[in-house]
Design a protein around this ligand. Sequence first.
Ligand code: ADE
Ligand code: ZN
Length: 337
Amino acid sequence: MDLHGLIDVLPKAELHLHIEGTLEPQMMLDLAKRNGVTLAYDTVNEIAAAYDFSNLQDFLDLYYQGMSVLIHERDFYDLTMAYLEKVHGQGVRHVEIFFDPQAHMERGIAFETALGGITTALEDAGKHMEMTSKLIMCFLRHLDEDDAFKALECACKHKEHIYAVGLDSSEAGRPPELFSRVFKAARDEGFKAVAHAGEEGPAAYVETALDDLQVNRVDHGNRAFDDPALIARMVREQMPLTMCPLSNLRLKGISDLRQHPIKKALDAGLLATVNSDDPSYFGGYVNENYKAVADAVGLDAGDVIKLAKNSVVASFVDAGRKQELLDKIESQVGRLT
Ligand code: ADE
Ligand code: ZN
């Protein structure tokens, strides 16, 4: 079996996925119609043509506009279920999904509306297909600490549905340490912590995500490679990295996928994983990310199997389910060799 065939059949976890970033152009148009929302576009082609980004902020401007069609609990349900069905077909058997409640509350959508739709879809998927999940609430770093504390207060009422907090949105000039207090409060409430760091920001932001936010995982982390001592520390601590190759390419973090550091990360012994970030905006779900980066940097079957195993090891799922997923990877590999 060739490498792409292996990628298709390997069981895997996805750990870096913004549910609002799975809003496909056709669904955006359908929901706009269903909810009477006016968009700047009339066709799928017009939307696709607008997805030509120079940097993270360029993308975020369209991402926040796009989510204006998500109004009712049903919309969040449909969005989440469409994603889960899609990636189940790609071998994904565990997902850890981000959502951005502040972006919804800011436009008058209740925290519980977004949360209800997403969690009901996650629960239904768990009943109808093999798919376990965790939900991660992200704080928006372009907003202030007070706003983040308000989101945390909401999350504290729904601890049974929210497993971890994260940090996303515009990174430049917004270092992790601005959110030290709210992360400390979240950790004291029992939430695990992750943060986007080193996507556009410097290696120093990865370091303060570790030291000040005390994250359990770093999202992206590409710029950490500018600091060899930091990489050595992350190898020593087996700090997971959730990397997103097509996102990095489309947001111009790299100018060519051959520059992607995933192979360097694996060879250094980092607990690196491959994920899709915002698949509808960046031209590929998780398997398209695996395939594109594997072709570009020359990953072999051993690397791809390692990435699938890393995705399970780096997840927040309990030890029993972790072992079950690792065994499924092993038995799939066994069937092929
Ligand atoms: N929100 C959605 N996608 C994001 C990304 N790639 N970086 C930061 N914030 C985001
Ligand atoms: Zn992201």
